[in-house]
Design a protein around this ligand. Sequence first.
Ligand SMILES: [Zn+2]
Length: 199
Amino acid sequence: MNNNKEKILENLELFVVPGERLGSIEEGISEFGTYEDEGNVRAAYIGRATIDKEQKKFSVLPITKMPIYPYKGQSVIAKITSVQNTLAVAQIIAIEGEFINKSFTGLLHSSRIRGRYEKNLRRIIKPGDLVRCKVISSEGTIHLGISGNFFGVIEANCSICGRILKKIGRRNQLRCDNCGNVEIRLLASDYGVVKVSKK
Ligand SMILES: [Zn+2]
């Protein structure tokens, strides 16, 4: 990676792949086609990286239209890794319905859940759930939100036995066919219909 950085500084232009380090945030700011990650600026696209040495800016001109980094306004599928009362942490595994080969961490704050009755995240989302979210902002930290029936949990497992829960009559209620356990989730309108292959 250091080699590449030197090449960029020397040539001002370089072919890069997503996740590739372009330099530190002290060396240049993250502009189009790049993102910040723990003090580094990395490429979000396959494309040509350029560095403006005068202005101290990194950018990448994409040569593919494939969405590889979650941008504001996009729909993503995220797997919940931890849940507190007001904040959930999730790994983004798909963008606009396409699985990505790298996961990004996103934060889902209870204030970003619109128009629903329950604001305590522990009661409506659990670790392991797959949730369709909207990207609210992606400069630095990726913030996710849920707004409208299309967004919410699309797959969840039973807290007792681990089997996939099935939607039952009432809104936001799920039941386990195996052990009879009933649980509540903030469901997307197409819960149980979306085919998601998990690794
Ligand atoms: Zn069960």
